[in-house]
Design a protein around this ligand. Structure first.
Ligand code: SAH
Length: 251
């Protein structure tokens, strides 16, 4: 059996109870060492075989799983944040399907949720934005033509950029050409929920400069949009004049 587990965004107590249970019981753990907090491995059994996938290829990861399966062992594949976001789990799951192995997935707290907590922000504010676009700037990994930053920016929604902190010169240009005004609020969240978390607030036009000045080149999310500003409407759900399934309007 193989359990894919989301480790959460950094803080060691942000893994789910289910994820922690799988980790504590595992015979073999393969963890993404570049971003998973190694403190999580304290909960592994003393005889647990631990591999850091940072320097491994997909084939090497699968070879470890093959060996564990042939010995009837339980493997945890520990991914940073939530495995469904830039986790490269699909190619692993397809390979496991082809081999007929059983596996399941335990979700985790994605770093974009960790970043909102660091910012003490709500991504979806009434009359500001009801949409969160999760994307990345194009680097060595191509981004489909229809999802170029310039096009996504035309919506003016809340946007969260993963894997982009070293590509900000071009990204900020595209964001502004696409429709965000240069003074749209933005923030860079470095190592959200880790003990050394840092938040840098700026505007779309000063993203690259802010990253440079603070030497942020990796492990950061870029957030953009009016949700970082001060204007919004209050929710209808909690408005005294609004009736819904659980409450009658009081005025
Ligand atoms: N599956 C992960 C994302 C993996 S891609 C998740 O759900 O969060 C790796 C990228 O995620 C990094 O380059 C960075 O942009 C972002 N990231 C991961 N952990 C982060 C953290 N604690 N703080 C800020 N960004 C983080």
């Amino acid at each position: 059996m193989i359990h894919f587990v989301g480790a959460g965004s950094g803080a060691e107590d942000l893994i789910t109870l289910r994820g922690a249970k799988h980790l504590a019981q595992a015979d073999v753990v393969i963890y993404a060492g570049s971003l998973v907090n190694p403190a999580l491995l304290k909960n592994c059994r003393p005889d647990c075989e631990i591999h850091d996938s940072a320097s491994m290829t997909l084939e090497e990861v699968l070879a470890v799983m093959d060996r564990a399966e042939s010995q009837g062992k339980t493997t945890v594949r520990l991914h940073t944040g939530d495995p469904s976001i830039y986790g490269a789990i699909r190619e692993q799951m397809d390979a496991l399907d082809a081999r007929g192995y059983s596996y399941d997935v335990t979700p985790g707290v994605s770093s974009f949720c960790g970043a909102a907590a660091a910012l003490k922000a709500e991504y979806t504010l009434p009359n500001v934005s009801q949409t969160v676009i999760i994307t990345r700037a194009e680097g060595r990994t191509p981004v489909p033509e229809g999802e170029q930053l310039r096009k996504l920016a035309s919506h003016g929604s809340t946007m969260v950029l993963f894997l982009s902190s070293s590509l900000l010169e071009k990204a900020q240009q595209e964001l502004m050409e696409g429709g965000y005004s240069p003074d749209t609020p933005a923030a860079i969240v470095y190592k959200a929920t880790w003990p050394d978390e840092k938040v840098f607030r700026c505007t779309v036009s000063t993203l690259a400069e802010t990253a440079r000045a603070n030497q942020v080149t990796k492990t950061a999310l870029i957030t953009v949009g009016g949700f970082l500003g001060s204007d919004y409407d209050r929710s209808l759900l909690y408005d005294p004049g609004f009736s819904h399934g659980c409450r009658e309007a009081s005025r």
